[in-house]
Design a protein around this ligand. Structure first.
Ligand code: HH2
Length: 261
């Protein structure tokens, strides 16, 4: 899954793709690099980010989704917590709703996902983006994340979402310390036991600089991103949300040839 940000404040590319034409050009490049899915988002969820207005978010993502849909049949996911944005995105051609609040931001989210009939990615987050990295606490991070994802999947199914449309994502960096993120990577098989396909987003996250203890900026984290992507794939992740599609595909192809991913 290749990341296409249409935000003015996303941590990794600082709003370079705010302009829809630039976002579409970036999408084109990720498709050429071999992305199987594009994740198009109009609101940053990086730690400390301010929420975006619903109409603003729709105005950012819909023209990009329409333009990509017009020239490619690559599956499109919309990265949003708002049901109105998901609705507009699906009308424009998206077939997946990637929601970092696991359909929890609005009371209408589960029923909207059921009505839209799209795939959904349910992600774990402790707290909310503005404050989530302040003091994350767990007794057993892997068990708590697994229990949360199971409960959210059950809530989605109860609202009418088909079981086979559901993905789960442990939410790396979303209210987790260095130690929590490492425990979660090692504990992915426990999440896989829920029997939903697993999505993982670690690409360029600050947790890489914390693990490596090297203070690397977002554009200097490719090595760590690939190391984590390979570990996640080996532990059972079925979809990797990445900025660097070509490099990640190459690493996965080599690991797969060795028999390691
Ligand atoms: N992380 C971010 C956004 N969306 N979706 C899923 N399913 N899993 C993730 O881990 C995930 C996600 C982080 O987003 P942001 O901080 O806005 O930066 P970017 O979109 O450049 O990755």
């Amino acid at each position: 899954m290749g990341v296409v940000n249409v935000t003015p404040d996303s941590f990794s590319d600082g709003g370079r793709f705010l302009d829809a034409a630039a976002a579409v050009a970036h999408a084109r490049r990720l498709i050429a690099e071999g992305a199987d899915v594009l994740d198009i988002g109009g609101e940053s969820t990086r730690p400390g980010a301010e929420p975006a207005d619903e109409r603003e978010e729709i105005a950012r993502v819909v023209p990009v989704i329409e333009a990509v849909r017009h020239e490619s049949d690559v599956p499109i996911s919309v990265d949003t917590m708002k049901p109105a944005v998901a609705r507009a995105a699906v009308a424009a051609g998206a077939t997946m709703w990637n929601d970092v609040t696991a359909l929890g931001w609005s009371r209408d989210s589960p029923a909207t996902a059921a009505e839209l009939g799209c795939e959904v990615v349910l992600t774990h987050m402790q707290g909310e983006p503005r404050t989530m990295q302040k003091q994350p606490r767990y007794d057993d991070v892997v068990a708590e994340v697994a229990a949360f994802l199971k409960a959210r999947a059950e809530a989605a199914i109860a609202a009418g979402v088909a079981r086979e449309k559901i993905w789960v994502d442990p939410g790396f960096g979303f209210g987790k310390t260095r130690a929590h993120n490492l425990e979660l990577i090692r504990g992915l098989p426990q999440i896989a036991a829920l029997d939903f396909p697993i999505a993982v987003g670690v690409s360029r996250k600050s947790l890489i600089a914390k693990i490596a203890r090297d203070g690397a900026g977002a554009d200097q984290r490719l090595g760590g991103s690939i190391a984590l992507a390979l570990a996640a794939a080996k532990a059972g992740a079925a979809m990797l949300r990445v900025h660097d599609v070509a490099e990640t595909r190459q690493a996965l192809a080599v690991a797969a040839a060795i028999g390691d991913a």
